[in-house]
Structure formats: C-alpha cells, structure tokens
Design a binder for this molecule. Sequence first.
Ligand code: NAP
Length: 485
Amino acid sequence: MIAMIAQLLINATGVVAAFLFMYGLKRMSSPVTAPSGIFVAGVGMLAAVLASFLYAFGVDAETRSYVAVNTGLAAVALLIGGGIAFWSGRKAKMTSMPQMVALYNGMGGGAAGAIAAVELFGNRAHGFSALIVTLVGALIGAVSLSGSLIAWAKLEGILKKPTRIPGQQFLNGAVLLGTLALGGYIVFVSKGGETPLADAPRWIALFFGGALILGILMTLPIGGADMPVVISVYNACTGLAVGLEGFVLGNPALMIAGMVVGAAGTLLTVLMAKAMNRSVAAVLFSRFGPAAGGKKAKGAPPGALKPVEASDAGIFMRYASSVIIVPGYGLAVAQAEGKLYEFVKLLQAAGVGVKFAIHPVAGRMPGQMDVLLAEAGVPYDLIFQLDDINDEFKDTDVALVIGANDVVNPAARTDKTSPIFGMPILNADQAKKVYVVKRGKGKGYADIVNGLFYEDNCNMVYGDAQAVLVQMIEAVRGLGTHAAA
Ligand code: NAP
C-alpha cells in the first residue's frame, strides 16, 4: 500500500514538474519574465529530486536496509553538490558565467554517463532496447562531459589556441566508429543484454574511454569564437543523454527535463549558428578560425587611430539627437553597466534619443548583454536586437561602441580571408560619428584587427569603460541638462 502511494506521488510530481519546466521555459523567452521563469523551473526540479527519494518506500523488506544506506548517501551527495553549486554560483563573476555554464553542462553529461555506467557495469540494462538506449545515453553523456570540460578550459584561458592535428577528421571518425563498434560488440555478445558478459567491465570501460576521447578530440580544434555554439551543442547533447537515461530508469521527471533541455539546446544551437552565419557542422568540423582556412589580417588597415578625450566625446553626444550604444564584453569586464545607464539618463534628460543595439554573440554568453543591462535597470524598450536596429545606424548621429570589438568589425562583411567573414555584424560604422571606448589596442575574442577603428568617422576613447563613463558623466553634468537647442 505504502509502495503504491509512493509511486502515485512520484508520478504526480513528475507531471507537476514537467508542467513547471515548460512554464518556466516559456517565461524565460523574455527578459522581463526570465527571472521568475528560472525560479519556476528550479521549483520543478527541486520537487522532482525530492520525489525521487520516495522510491525508497517501494522496495521489499530484504533490500530495505541497502536502499536506506544508498538514499542516505544520495542525500549527502545532494547536500554537498547543492552547497558547492550555490556557493560557486553566488561567487561567479558575470564575465565567468560561460565557463560556469560549460562546467555545469559537463556535470549534467557526466551524471547521465554515471547513471548509464551503473546500469551497464551492474548488468541491469536487460533487453535489447534498454541496452541500446543506455549505451546511446552513455556515449552522448560522456562526449558531452569531456567536450564541455575542454570548452571550459578554453573559456578559462587554460587552453589558448585551437589544437589541430593532421588527419583530425579521420581520427575523429575512427574513434567514433571504434566506440560504436565496442557498443555493438557489447550488445551482440550479451545477446541484447540477456546474458551477462564474462569480461564486460573491460569492454564497457573501453567504450566509455572511446566516448570521452571523442569529446576531447571534437572540441580541441574548435576556435574560441565558436565556443558559444559548441556549448549549446553540448547542452542539447546533455539534455538528450539525461532524457535517455530517464527512460532507462523509468523516471518521468528525468525524461521530460532531459527532453526539454535537449530541445531548448538544439534551438539555441541553431539560433547561435545563424547569428554567426555558420552551419553547426562547419563549427563542429572546424572549417572556421585563423588556422582553418582564414588568414589573420596582418598589419594596420589604412587610416589612423584618432584618440579623443572622454569629456569631449560625452559633450558631443549630449548635443546629438540620436545615439545607439553597442555594448560588448569589455563593458562586463569593467562592470560599468550602472555608470552607462547613468550616462544614458543624462543624455535622455537632454533630449537625446538613446537605444541599445545587442549582437547575439556580444560578450561571452548568449544573452549576457541583455542580462547586464537588465541588472543595471535599463528599460527593455530601449534594448534592440541586431535585426531590429541594424538599419537605423545610417540615420544615427553617434554609435557609442563600448567594450565591443568583433561584433562591429566590418571585415566580417568584406574580407573573405577573415576568420569572422560572414558573421552578421552591427552596422556601427554607418553612423555619422563612432566613438569606441576600450582600454588600448587590445583585440577582440577572434584576435583580429578591426578596420572600423581606423575609419574617418571613428574616434577612440581610451580607458577602462567605468573610468571613461565617469568622465563623460562629469563633463555632461558640468554643462547642465537642458535640452539641445
Ligand atoms: P570582443 O570582441 O571580445 O572585444 C572586447 C573588447 O573589449 C576588447 O577589444 C577589449 O579591448 C575591450 N575591453 C576589455 N576590457 C575592457 C574594459 N575594462 N574597459 C573597456 N574596454 C575593455 O567583444 P564583443 O565585441 O562583445 O564580441 C564577442 C566575441 O566573443 C565574439 O567574437 C564572439 O564570437 C565571442 N564569443 C561570444 C560568446 C557569446 O555567447 N556571446 C561566447 C564565447 C565567445 P582592450 O583590451 O583594448 O580594452
């Protein structure tokens, strides 16, 4: 009776959790409702995790003490893991969010792989379909684990350059085929999971080894600028692996959560690839990046860098009628979003029309600039995505490029040898006047020269974004805030 009630509660919680995941995801589609969406989905996940402890009530008397110990261990693991995640999540800087996402993604893949390992090593995946699903989940989960860890190391700056070895694609293909063959051997010799393999652990370990190596080999050659797409590919893979293992365990919450993450990750991957004008295959098979076809632009482009004082740039904008701000990674580094909005309010008070233009891969994480501006309190109706604002630059007095570089590099339009050729960029160069705020001559993430900085209509405002904005604010305040005549 108790077992029946427990099972009923588990199933009911699964349905509720599934609803909360989907409702939460729906709310995440707008920056206004996203924080509550994250909360709602989190509550769903918490309910699903807590409900899984009810499985302990469904066991017979013989295994009760064994299950009690395991349940206790699971609770301790949950507390330790949850504690570390809570502590590290609070401590993580806005600029290190992508690394954190890559790491957590890897953990998800690893967790799915670990479930599969328990099933396989414990010879618990009985039946042909259960064994196949477990192996597929194991393969995807392990690839996602090692691939995400390499992505993390790249974003963290531990692995700086794409590592390519001769015959890379042949090697990747060989490792994939070898791993699939091992999986086939396990299925064949165990007669579809009916007969335990005498030396199964060896073959299963080799299978996992192959999958982990594949994840490393697939990610090592991929250039840094493609990392956002790579991370979302692994995100989709992790979701799929979790969903498959949920199917093996017969856990509806895992199945649904996994599939929701898998579907969302796949959509994000397609959107990101579109934003960078690359096919997902081109990203994964490394037909992008300086060493993969393109050459780095050498030397300075024609024209000269023309530095101006921050105060002069601030005053110029105060007397402009329209300003479009292009925020980039450097704004997050300088944590200058609050000061930027303070400056914007001064401009607005003087009658200047101000808008923000967001590139889909500005910063180091999809949506990073939206979150940054939202945290500073910038109203959502001032924030425009690339497609919605790109035509407005040509009719705008000033484009203020602050801490951004690659996302306004005109080489993406014109230079076929550039590693970013084909990526849609914000048309900041088409504004009547461009101010670029950056600390010095540092390049962007793609590590290439930006011809915009040398254009006749462009002036450089050197300095940390925060310090520059303080000077601009002081200069405009010094004038008073009367509307331009
Ligand atoms: P970016 O091309 O990386 O350029 C950032 C610029 O900010 C640098 O040129 C740097 O120049 C300047 N900067 C750094 N710290 C600063 C500070 N404290 N104050 C003022 N300026 C500062 O950035 P982006 O234009 O945002 O482009 C994003 C790039 O990252 C793209 O190539 C994209 O593909 C890649 N990426 C994106 C994601 C994503 O999902 N969004 C993830 C991974 C990679 P100085 O050193 O001279 O100051």
